[in-house]
Design a protein around this ligand. Sequence first.
Ligand SMILES: Nc1ncnc2c1ncn2[C@@H]1O[C@H](COP(=O)(O)OP(=O)(O)OP(=O)(O)O)[C@@H](O)[C@H]1O
Ligand SMILES: [Mg+2]
Length: 222
Amino acid sequence: MKAECRVIALISQKGGAGKTTVAMQLAAGLVARGHTVAIADLDPQESAVRWAESASAEAPFPARVRALQGEGAALAKEVRKLARLASIVLLDCPPSIEHPHARAALDLADLALVPVVPSPPDLWSARAVERLILQTIAVRPQLRGAMLVNRAQRTALSGSVIEVLREFELPVLRAGFSQRNAFAQSAVIGGSVLDLGKAAESAQIELMRVVDAVLAEMEKGR
Ligand SMILES: Nc1ncnc2c1ncn2[C@@H]1O[C@H](COP(=O)(O)OP(=O)(O)OP(=O)(O)O)[C@@H](O)[C@H]1O
Ligand SMILES: [Mg+2]
């Protein structure tokens, strides 16, 4: 991997936790902070590729998005190729940690981010991903991991959820995403909440806070 390129994997055990949505929003936010970003779509459903393809020619998605196939060394080679074109590569993983691409992503990443919807079943399944990340860190200490709260309802971060979040060994990122239409809607125009103007201001503020928290988390790993 090119020394100055950082790799962030979005990984979760549960489908629908928000890996693709977070990857696309993060990519746009990191570009807004001056980074060049590439997304490796490791999910056979190719949702990230489709998202970017929804953009118009006049306003293309701000990061290169490429579907990558293969396993092991072949996949690593493809990710390395993308890393030559960007300062940050985001890996959008398939919906299961049993999928070989999810494990390969952990072997390639500097930071594994686990989007978790703050509801009990989602938190339970996040424990399995956490275990896998901790096992990987045991053999590859340069990997860092963090939980990223996604789709938080204003009422949901109640006592019991906060209790469960505290039980994670991995840190919980200090910024997260609320449940907001803007995050889903920006897929329709093949962009991010940064393209939605003043109406999406709260989502934009949230995104840039997450971007800065992710950048701070990566700095710790240097
Ligand atoms: N913060 C959010 N606010 C509102 N809707 C959201 C948010 N995050 C994700 N969603 C919606 O939740 C659904 C699942 O999100 P997404 O496809 O990003 O999850 P995923 O983890 O990539 O799923 P899969 O495992 O199937 O790839 C989508 O309909 C998306 O629009
Ligand atoms: Mg997805």
